[in-house]
Design a protein around this ligand. Structure first.
Ligand SMILES: *Cc1c(COP(=O)(O)O)cnc(C)c1O
Length: 383
């Protein structure tokens, strides 16, 4: 009998240890990981430098409060942001988006926010209210008011940006929504309309950030300068940490006592985050980009043409394989588990891959080859 709320439909695999990109379950079965948790463990498992940084911090101090100065917080913020930005540390993606929503309203004195259908920003009230997926919001109303939705990549959204808005919030690639990237021209027009109307542009980089798409943040590939960036998932490589990064001009709106968090900026999580950011060098990112070229070649030549596949989308090592209706993604995930490869789902019957960024070309190739082989099987496979 379970003592847990049934909030998750869990696979019967209990992962108990991991090294590099390999995970082992309680029965001793090993798996090639193409999930990174859900985009969290981008530096894989038991990463030497990150593990050493956390172990070292563990022996000294786990927690203090935000009532005291913190060189480690300053150092991590320095690694994360530019001199023209400020950072607020929290514990998750949803909290980073809550902070962004609060800051946007406080700084502009406006209440309206434009978000996008199919977008995902988290499960607390503010973040959920900005999430463009009715099934996530259903039954929890009344939600936070003054949040409107437009269609992603729809030019009509640009005209919906008026001086009445405090902010526009979006992902540059909708992750949970099915790994759909923004069109560059559309996103450029959205950013320009925000700028012209004094509307803050919040880019949710919780999934796309920290190297996932081949650059530190996904928005860099769109030439954007967001007012606020939110970040979490891969920031701590598995220790819970989120961050809201805002332009320094917004700092007066978040003065002492305006917002806060007991655990935000926790020392163990910061030790992990500073090690992650230190490892996320331009050279490391160049390697991710290089590996992504091979991955996209293989996706294009070996996976996209399969009858089981209707398309592939994404950027860098954030990959969506859109499956035909006769191949339900959960069944494919189970078949891949049996074949020793862990994968994820996203909306619209999408097989989502977020492999650790440290995966070697050979490991990525093996994962994709296994996926291709499973997708070549007949759809009647019952697992
Ligand atoms: C996962 C995710 C969130 C929520 O992050 P949590 O840490 O689960 O609260 C928010 N935005 C995006 C884009 C995400 O992928």
């Amino acid at each position: 009998m379970t003592h847990l709320f049934p909030t998750y439909d869990r696979f019967p695999i209990d992962l108990v240890s991991g090294t590099g990109v390999h995970l082992t379950d309680a029965t001793g079965q090993t798996y090639l990981d193409m999930t990174s948790g859900i985009g969290v463990c981008s530096f894989g498992y038991a990463h030497p430098a990150i593990t050493a940084a956390v172990s070292d911090q563990m022996t000294r101090l786990w927690h203090t409060s935000n009532l005291y100065a913190s060189a480690l917080q300053e150092h991590t913020a320095d690694l994360l942001a530019t001199p023209a930005q400020r950072v607020f540390f929290c514990n998750s993606g949803t909290e980073a988006n809550e902070a962004a929503l609060k800051l946007a309203r406080k700084a502009t004195g406006r209440t309206q926010v434009l978000a996008f259908n199919n977008g995902f920003h988290g499960r607390t009230f503010g973040a959920m209210s900005m999430t463009g997926n009715p099934s996530i919001r259903e039954g929890f109303g009344p939600l936070v008011p003054d949040i409107q939705f437009a269609d992603y990549n729809d030019p009509a959204a640009v005209t919906a940006i008026t001086p009445a808005l405090a902010a526009v919030i979006l992902e540059v690639i909708q992750g949970e929504g099915g790994v759909y990237p923004a069109d560059t021209t559309w996103l450029t027009a959205i950013a320009a309309a925000c700028h012209q109307n004094g509307v803050l542009l919040i880019v949710d980089e919780v999934q796309t950030g920290i190297g996932r798409t081949g650059t530190r943040f996904g928005y860099q590939q769109y030439g954007l300068t967001p007012d606020i960036v939110t970040c979490a998932k891969a920031l701590g490589n598995g220790l819970p940490i989120g961050a809201m990064i805002g332009s320094a001009a917004l700092a007066p709106a978040f003065g002492p006592g305006v917002h806060g968090s007991t655990f935000g900026g926790n020392l163990l999580a910061l030790a992990a985050a500073s090690a992650v950011l230190t490892a996320l060098t331009p050279d490391f990112l160049a390697q991710v980009q290089h590996k992504a070229i091979g991955v996209w070649q293989q996706l294009t030549t070996e996976i996209a043409p399969l009858p089981a596949v209707t398309g592939v989308s994404g950027r860098g090592l954030m990959i969506g394989i859109h499956l035909a209706p006769d191949r339900p993604v959960t069944t494919v995930i189970r078949q891949l588990q049996a074949a020793g490869v862990l994968t994820l789902a996203a909306k619209h019957n999408t097989l989502r891959l977020l492999p650790p960024l440290i995966s070697t070309p050979a490991e990525l190739n093996l994962g994709l080859t296994t996926i291709a082989n499973v997708l070549k099987e007949e759809p009647h496979e019952s697992l």
